[in-house]
Design a protein around this ligand. Structure first.
Ligand code: COA
Ligand code: AMP
Length: 630
């Protein structure tokens, strides 16, 4: 079937479409009820199906005779370590660690937080949770104690699995102070902390709360997969919301396996014999879906890379990895390619490697700028594909589905809606937009399998936040348009989310931290354009009357506070003290206008502005801080 027909079938007959696809995964009990639509917007896919995500990631491939095939390649230019694990070897590790978790009292439905660097043990921990029906919640290593604590509290995790350290270029990330800080801040008390001791970086552990990974394995038995109802949860992944309180995106089990396995061939054109690489971090959705789950469900080989696109050791490392493991396709964020382009604009490193295995590059996480796409196309001579998705959906909403039918590239567009997603543009008056008209991008309900069925312990927030503004639709909080060929153009977020090096951050969350500074009366954080990271947060802070501390000190303290409370990943390095913030007469800070000034875009003087002179002051302040050309 060609793309158009397949897409139409997915929209017109979603149950028939997904039922056929669901036959491709392992079920202990095949579902007979494909979609329960009785309680919108809470839809249930495959509700009477019984399965297990770890079985589908590992055991099934051994059953089918592929046990000796490589499942996971670990490549760590940052430590110099490399390793390969077959499906059998990975299963042995996972089933042992599942036993270790069981020994610590972890049962079906319990939450386990995984706060780890990019080591194979992190993947083992994720899959081990799935094996025994525990719900994992991976927390990105670049988040600070505060963020870890809020996730411990919200998930009420029983066990925390962590490591002695991570490595960033030029510095060791000690997890001990971060974990101690989080445990102190969290109201909920975890029952056990399992530390993976990295070679040469072992730390002293405090019994009885803490135990090493090795110790936890010492009396652990191999443990089999448990049978899970399709609608039980596989994991919670917290993501930035419109307020500082992170949202726990949950993933149900059956739909997740069905959809993700399908995407590997249909979107990425990957078969079981292929080697696939997603250069992200397991702390993000791209890492969950495309380092761990989708490739393992498919039974192909996946690469876990502990390094950076540049500096580990050089801008040729991506080419080295692709040629060494004969990778067919790579998925990463555009920022990684901008980093390579900046270091090696002529692609000198590229010519040193044989990339004959390489067939396509997929980019997502932020808008892929046409310059970067064209640069990559010129260098790699393969299709470079921008596709659009979100933590909420766990797989692409729009893409060039290369395994179904290759579409032509339109630079700046994330291609067409993927089968399963009925994407529309809605205008503020709630009417549907015509072709090429801008508006809010929404997806008609029900969403396809694998997308979030709710938020962790927050059904109301799910309904109010995502499903209420446009009845019958999921609001993506992205704005853009669809052209007459059906291509989707993602232009901006409609909430306070910014995208920094492909990392999703909430400016509201950073503002909450800045407001805690005792000299700060009010503040505004905006994302300004950045050539490398796409966007960078900057803070404008107005001080309380009578503050005598000098502005420089206050700025530095604010920057440090964000690093300590959100984490280094916020990349918050600019805090400018201003006299006043521009506001509407009703007191709303004009963040959009400030952003336009900072990005040197044209702006209209807002009709509701309280005092237009403040915009001139802000322009001067931005000039003094070198954000604007003088
Ligand atoms: N643990 C601890 N700290 C981390 C971290 C982790 N896992 N990941 C990043 N950080 C730190 C960095 O060390 C840096 O700290 P610094 O302020 O002390 O330098 C800070 O967080 C910002 O990191 P980052 O935004 O990654 O910037 P960078 O300058 O280190 O690297 C890129 C820039 C483009 C090379 C990098 O962002 C990259 O490789 N991006 C690839 C895309 C990607 O993985 N996207 C994820 C979603 S697809
Ligand atoms: P995350 O949940 O971290 O994956 O971030 C999701 C957000 O990243 C989306 O809502 C978009 O704003 C942005 N995004 C992801 N992919 C793209 C893309 N291909 N083009 C434009 N924006 C994107």
């Amino acid at each position: 079937m060609d793309f158009k027909d397949l897409y139409q079938k997915s929209i017109n007959k979603p149950e028939e479409f997904w039922k056929e696809i669901s036959d491709d995964i392992f079920w202990y009990k095949k579902p007979t009820k494909i979609l329960n639509k009785k309680n919108p917007p809470f839809y249930k896919w495959f509700e009477d199906g019984v399965t297990n995500s770890c079985y589908n990631a590992l055991d099934i491939h051994i059953d089918e005779g592929r046990g000796d095939k490589t499942a996971l390649i670990y490549d760590s230019p940052i430590t110099g370590n490399k390793a390969k694990f077959s499906f059998k070897q990975l299963k042995d590790k996972v089933s042992k660690f599942a036993g270790a978790l069981s020994n610590q009292g972890v049962k079906k439905g319990d939450r386990v937080i995984i706060y780890m660097p990019m080591v194979p043990e992190a993947v083992v921990a994720m899959l081990a949770c799935g094996r025994i029906g525990a719900i994992h919640s991976v927390v990105f290593g670049g988040f600070a104690s505060n963020e870890l604590a809020s996730r411990i509290d919200d998930s009420k995790a029983k066990v925390l699995v962590t490591a002695s350290c991570g490595f960033e270029p030029g510095r060791t990330v000690e997890y001990r102070p971060l974990v101690d800080g989080a445990l102190k801040l969290a109201k909920h008390k975890v029952e056990k902390v399992i530390f993976f001791q990295r070679q040469g970086q072992e730390i002293k552990l405090n019994a009885p709360l803490e135990i090493s990974w090795e110790e936890s394995l010492s009396n652990a038995k191999d443990t089999d997969c448990v049978e899970m109802d399709s609608n039980e949860f596989a994991y919670i992944l917290y993501t930035s919301g419109t307020t500082g309180v992170p949202k726990g995106i949950v993933r149900d089990i059956g739909g997740h396996i069905v959809a993700l396995k399908w995407t590997m061939k249909n979107i990425y054109n990957i078969d079981t014999d292929d080697v696939w690489w997603s250069a992200s971090d397991i702390g993000w959705i791209v890492g969950h879906s495309y380092i761990v789950y989708a490739p393992l469900f498919k039974g192909c080989t996946t690469v876990l890379f502990e390094g950076k696109p540049v500096g580990t050791p050089d801008a040729g490392v991506f080419w080295r990895v692709i040629s060494e493991y004969k990778i067919k396709s790579l998925f990463t964020a555009p920022t990684a390619f901008r980093a390579i382009k900046k270091e090696d604009p002529e692609g000198k490193f590229f010519s040193k490697y044989d990339l004959s295995s390489f067939e396509s590059l997929f980019l997502a996480g932020e808008r892929a700028d046409p310059d970067t796409i064209k640069w990559a196309e010129n260098l790699l001579k393969v299709p470079v594909i921008d596709h659009w998705w979100q933590t909420e959906t766990s797989w692409a909403i729009s893409s060039n589905c290369t395994g179904i039918e290759m579409q032509k590239t339109k630079y700046g567009s994330a291609c067409k809606a993927v089968p399963g997603y009925d994407v529309k543009i809605i205008k503020p008056d709630q009417s549907l937009a015509k072709f090429n008209e801008m508006g809010d991008i929404v997806v008609k309900l029900p969403l396809p399998p694998g997308t979030f069925p709710t938020l962790w312990n927050a059904d109301k927030r799910y309904e109010q936040n995502y499903m209420s503004n446009y009845k019958g639709y999921y609001q993506t909080y992205d704005a853009g348009h669809i052209d007459d060929d059906g291509y989707i153009w993602i232009m901006s977020r409609t909430d306070d989310i910014i995208n920094v090096a492909g990392h999703r951050l909430s400016t509201g969350q950073i503002e909450e931290v800045l407001s805690e500074h005792q000299s700060v009366a009010e503040c505004a954080v905006i994302g300004i354009k950045d050539q490398l990271k796409g966007q960078l947060p900057i803070g404008l802070i107005a001080l309380k009357a009578g503050v005598t501390k000098d502005n420089d000190t206050i700025s530095k303290e604010c920057i440090q506070m964000v690093r300590d409370k959100v984490g280094p990943v916020a990349a918050f390095k600019i805090a400018i003290v201003v006299k006043r913030l521009p506001k509407t007469r009703s007191g709303k800070v004009l963040r959009g206008t400030i952003r336009k000034i900072a990005d040197q875009e044209e702006y209209k003087m807002p009709a509701t502005i309280d005092d237009p002179a403040i915009l001139t002051e802000i322009t001067e302040d931005l000039k003094k801080s070198n954000i604007l050309k003088k």
